[in-house]
Design a protein around this ligand. Structure first.
Ligand code: GTP
Length: 238
């Protein structure tokens, strides 16, 4: 008998920075394996799972500005970084026996499939994890925006935003020890309280399309499974 799942199709946003693990730069093999193990668990539960991966562990667009580089140029380098992370995640998942397809918003057909919305949906229906790399394919957008956009396009039920903290707080919990976590909060209250969930473009896409976001701690290996089972984890923004 299959377990009833809270969500049928989800979009998981994995930050590139999360992949750094204990290192200062690049991809930490243990961290990658930890994520791959959790993703395999979700996959085995039968959820249709798409992933947008960031690139901040390798290169960020704003980093380029620090050395006089134009923002667009730096953003394209950041998009390439997400492809490297996507390839690493694809390989790690395949080592665990998970069926995966990697699609890139910037076509690079020697390495991966181009992003084709209808094909991505078919892959999900056939039980494959789909990794979306290269952000939206456009500079001046974040990978959070790519996550919101892809989630809407593939008609996901929720965006799961993995972070280093347990959810959305009244203030930054890493700086303010009096910060209190919200179990749930409305889109409007996030805006009126100027809370930081995603950048404004990403956030607005979710709000306008009534797509809920769950912000949760990716470093607790129980969390993803518990979210799918409908347990209250992190903060639900809806
Ligand atoms: P179905 O046709 O639904 O069964 O999907 P499929 O992905 O199994 O079939 P397809 O023939 O499209 O792809 C087979 C393999 O080739 C998969 O691993 C794809 O990710 C890969 N592939 C498909 N298109 C491209 C491409 O344009 N570039 C690269 N590098 N790989 C591709």
């Amino acid at each position: 008998m299959s377990i009833p799942l809270k969500f049928k199709r989800v979009l998981l946003k994995l930050s590139g920075e999360a992949l750094v693990g204990k290192q200062e730069f690049g991809i930490d093999a243990d961290t990658l394996a930890t994520y791959a193990r959790q993703i395999k668990e979700l996959w085995e539960m039968g959820v249709e799972l798409a992933i947008v991966v960031g690139g901040g562990n390798i290169f960020r667009g704003v980093q380029g500005e620090g050395i006089g580089m134009g923002r667009a140029h730096g953003d394209y380098m950041g998009m390439l970084a997400t492809v490297i992370n996507g390839m690493a995640l694809q390989d790690a998942l395949e080592q665990f026996g998970v069926h995966v397809r990697l699609q890139s918003a910037i076509p690079m057909d020697k390495i991966c499939e181009p992003y084709i919305r209808r094909k991505a949906i078919r892959h999900l229906q056939k039980g494959r994890v789909v990794i979306f790399a290269a952000g939206t394919g456009n500079p001046f957008f974040t990978t959070d925006t790519a996550a919101s956009l892809r989630a809407i396009e593939i008609e996901a039920d929720v965006v799961l935003k993995g972070t280093r903290v347990d959810g959305v707080y009244t203030a930054d919990p890493e700086k303010d020890q009096n910060a209190v976590k919200f179990d749930s909060i409305s889109f409007a209250d996030v805006l009126s309280n100027r809370l930081n969930v995603m950048d404004m473009t990403a956030f607005t896409i979710c709000q306008e399309n009534k797509l809920p976001i769950i912000v949760f701690n990716i470093n607790n290996p129980e969390n993803l499974r518990r979210i799918l089972l409908g347990e209250p984890v992190g903060t639900l923004v809806s």
